[in-house]
Design a binder for this molecule. Structure first.
Ligand code: C5P
Length: 427
């Protein structure tokens, strides 16, 4: 921790009396400490005490800083490696959760680009109040770290959870926060890189056939979107239809790049397999496989991923609060390859799993995504298609909708591959 700088914000609660001891421990551990007192905090501890112990001035008012031409509050919040709020009162937590900037402390917390650790301290009823629960959940979802509160006797005479963590425990949490040098969203960036097993495994030379010399990309299977290193969000796609299509295209002589999520059926022999996990990886793998004559997007790509995926396994919370997962939209690979890919494959085929108004929805999807064909199927549970061995599809092209009979997925794949070969004929 030697040489790291911490900005300590002291809120207005009785637990503020422990902060001089915290400052002493921090400076002894080699940390550079700058302090900020809220108006309430100044009722419990004096600026003189904090500045004497930290060896740095203690800031108390927003206007002292904003009067400076160079936006002192921004500078103050950025100069630190970590912001610590101790005690974090119910009021300060509420203001942080709402994104208010109505005093120096709140402004610094809003202006910072650094990690923030809070040590909540309040009466047990205030801690248990649904409003505080909501605010805590919001702050956690924003990536704010917490330490405590502890259970025990309170200054108000009650007993329960709400005592500020002891200075030693806060110091340990500071040490842990500073040790994690990267911001908490690193897992999301890591998963963008393709896993080592994604390396393309080349298939044997393509067989002679109507698609000889052609290259087709097939996406297949579900995607897994991580919550933390051991948990993920997924869907029930088996990857059976995609695998059957890749095999059928291979049998017609195409060189096939098979980009597959974690499917429950094996990849076919004789195709180049790229194994991915997430939608972002799948998008990158499809792009890397271009150019192609045709792209058949049979994967059930997750529409959303977790933005605040944790680098470490999320632990059960002592206060019984479940984690809040923040989601964001995944790239739409089909829409991207249809509209923006360079070079765009001559034929792009999308899939649509529908439960109602199949033709109307598939026709609208074809237009929305910009693909050439949509292979639509009825996935109402009663059909047994999702995860089953048969499929009843409707092929939507620029000429309208063709209803195919219910057939084994292998046969659907053979017919579709033959149609693809006919469409690419003469190219
Ligand atoms: O948008 P929706 O999931 O209904 O569309 C299904 C089609 O879009 C499938 O072909 C699927 O592979 C493709 N898709 C995609 N990327 C997404 C979502 C869907 O390629 N993010």
């Amino acid at each position: 921790m030697q040489g790291k700088r911490v900005l300590l914000i002291v809120g207005g609660g009785i637990a503020a009396f422990k902060t001089p001891e915290l400052v002493r421990l921090m400076t002894r551990a080699g940390l550079g400490v700058t302090t900020v007192l809220t108006e309430g905090g100044a009722q419990f501890v004096t600026p003189l005490t904090l500045s004497a112990l930290s060896g740095n001035p203690c800031h108390t008012a927003l206007w002292d800083l904003t009067r400076e031409a160079e936006m002192g509050h921004i500078r103050l919040s950025r100069a630190a490696d970590l912001l610590v709020v101790a005690p974090a009162t119910a009021d300060l937590m509420a203001r942080m959760a709402a994104g208010l900037a109505d005093d120096l402390a709140a402004t610094l917390l809003l202006a910072t680009d650094k990690r923030v650790l809070i040590a909540p301290a309040m009466n047990v009823r205030m801690w248990e109040h649904p409003a505080t629960r909501r605010n805590l959940a919001t702050l956690r979802a924003d990536g704010i770290l917490t330490v405590g509160p502890d259970e025990g006797a309170m200054a108000c005479g009650e007993w329960g959870e709400g005592r500020m963590a002891e200075p030693e425990a806060i110091l340990a949490a500071i040490r842990a926060a500073l040790a994690e040098e990267e911001p908490p969203l690193r897992l999301t960036e890591q998963v963008l890189r393709l896993p080592p097993e994604a390396a393309v495994q080349p298939g044997p030379a393509a067989l002679p056939g109507p698609l000889s010399g052609g290259h087709v990309i097939v996406t297949s299977g579900p995607t897994h979107e991580p919550i933390d290193p051991v948990r993920y969000i997924a869907n029930r796609s088996s990857g059976a239809q995609g695998a059957a299509l890749a095999a059928a295209l291979r049998d017609l002589g195409a060189r096939v790049t098979f980009v597959t999520g974690p499917a429950s059926v094996p990849a076919p022999e004789g195709v180049a397999v790229v194994a991915v996990e997430t939608a972002q990886q799948m998008r990158a793998a499809v792009e890397a496989a271009l150019p192609a004559d045709a792209a058949v997007m049979a994967a059930a790509v997750a529409d959303w991923r977790v933005v605040n995926a944790s680098e470490r396994k999320i632990k059960k919370d002592a206060a019984g609060l479940p984690p809040t997962l923040k989601m964001t939209q995944n790239p739409d690979i089909l829409a991207w390859i249809s509209r923006d890919a360079q070079p765009r494959p001559a034929l792009v085929v999308g899939f649509a799993a529908e439960t109602d108004d199949i033709v109307a929805n598939a026709t609208a999807k074809r237009a929305r995504k910009g693909c050439d064909w949509i292979v639509a199927n009825d996935v109402r549970p009663a059909t047994g298609i999702m995860g089953g061995t048969e499929n009843a599809v409707i092929l939507v092209t620029d000429r309208g909708a063709e209803h195919w009979p219910r057939l084994p997925k292998d046969e659907v794949a053979r017919r579709l591959a033959a149609r693809i070969a006919r469409a690419l004929e003469g190219r």
